[in-house]
Each structure stands twice: as structure tokens, then as C-alpha cells.
Design a protein around this ligand. Structure first.
Ligand code: GNR
Ligand code: NI
Length: 174
């Protein structure tokens, strides 16, 4: 397992559509393990392959709290089968938009089909934070970021703050 660099906005790769995985082989398993390591180190509760620069439809999620037993979930080629009409709002963040947070409303529950780590077909019914996280990660596979769900005013404010923060980091490095 190797920790990889996480891409941040405005990296154009984050706006690309990821390709379905054709076969779950050694290479894809290695990718999943690198993603898990990168997510744990960040730390974050989810990660899409595109965030480490790989345009494949692969997601890892682990909602376990610090001190609890780890509970990684690997999701390959997810298909959303159902989204509830009732919405729920969570304060979302994204490792690709460091230190910026905003409330986002999404369907409170969803059902997905996907392939697991072993290439086995699975169905998952999710609600609450898990459903939100799954939808946030599937958005990444389609080049969508959580700020795209905000009003233009809120989105522009976050983009401005992210830009300013990047500049400040550059000043310290140079
Ligand atoms: O670590 C993360 N936390 C989070 C909180 C609320 C909703 C979604 C997320 S996902 C995010 C990690 C990330 O950027 N995944 O793409
Ligand atoms: Ni994200």
C-alpha cells in the first residue's frame, strides 16, 4: 500500500469522466489498496480514484470512527438504482478542495449495484451519511464536485478562498 498525492482544484483531471473497470485484476486491487492508504492518511471517509489521478470508476469508503475497527468498503463500477425523494443536508468537505466546507442537500437514501474487491456483484442500500458519501464519490466519477451543488454565490466564495489558500501555501514554499 502506497500513499499517493491527492489532486486539488483547479486540476482539470478532477473534471474528467472516469472509465468503467473491465476486469478486477492485480492492478485494480493494487489501486484500491493505494486509495485506502491515501484516504486513511488524509484522513477522509471516502476517496475516488480520479483524486489520485486515475480515471477509473473505483471508490473506497470507510465511515468507522477513530479507535473503532476499520470498515473499508470497495466500490467498483457503481450504478445508482434508486434515490429517495426525501433529502438530507450534511456539511460536506472534499480532500480535493482542502479546508472548505458547505451544507449540501442530497437524497437521504439510495440503492447501488457495484462490484466488490473480489469482483463479486453486490447491492447496497445506504442512508444518511453513507448515502451522502456514496453520492459525493459517484459525482467524482462523473467530474462533479460538491461545490457544483451550491448557489453560484457560495461556490464562487469557496473557489476564491481555495485560490487564496493555495497562494499562501506557495508563498511559504518559495
Ligand atoms: O472526507 C470526506 N468527508 C466527507 C464529509 C461529508 C460528505 C462527503 C465527504 S467525502 C470526503 C473525502 C472526499 O473528498 N472524498 O471524495
Ligand atoms: Ni471529494
Amino acid at each position: 500500500m502506497t500513499k499517493k498525492k491527492i489532486l486539488t482544484i483547479p486540476d482539470p483531471m478532477l473534471r474528467k469522466i472516469s472509465e468503467p473497470v473491465e476486469e478486477i485484476n492485480k492492478k485494480i486491487k493494487n489501486l484500491m489498496e493505494d486509495m485506502l492508504e491515501t484516504m486513511y492518511q488524509a484522513p477522509g471517509i471516502g476517496l475516488a480514484a480520479v483524486q489520485i489521478g486515475i480515471l477509473k470508476r473505483v471508490i473506497v469508503i470507510d465511515l468507522s470512527k477513530t479507535g473503532e475497527k476499520k470498515n473499508p468498503v470497495f466500490i467498483v463500477n457503481p450504478q445508482i438504482k434508486f434515490k429517495s425523494k426525501d433529502l438530507v443536508s450534511y456539511e460536506e468537505g472534499c480532500l480535493s478542495i482542502p479546508n472548505q466546507f458547505a451544507e449540501v442537500k442530497r437524497p437521504n437514501s439510495c440503492v447501488i449495484n457495484f462490484l466488490d474487491y473480489y469482483g463479486k456483484k453486490k447491492e447496497l442500500k445506504a442512508e444518511g451519511l453513507l448515502a451522502t458519501c456514496i453520492q459525493h464519490e459517484i459525482d467524482h466519477l462523473n467530474g462533479i464536485l460538491f461545490i457544483d451543488h451550491l448557489s453560484k454565490l457560495k461556490k464562487d466564495l469557496i473557489l476564491k478562498k481555495a485560490k487564496k489558500q493555495k497562494k499562501e501555501i506557495d508563498r511559504v514554499v518559495v
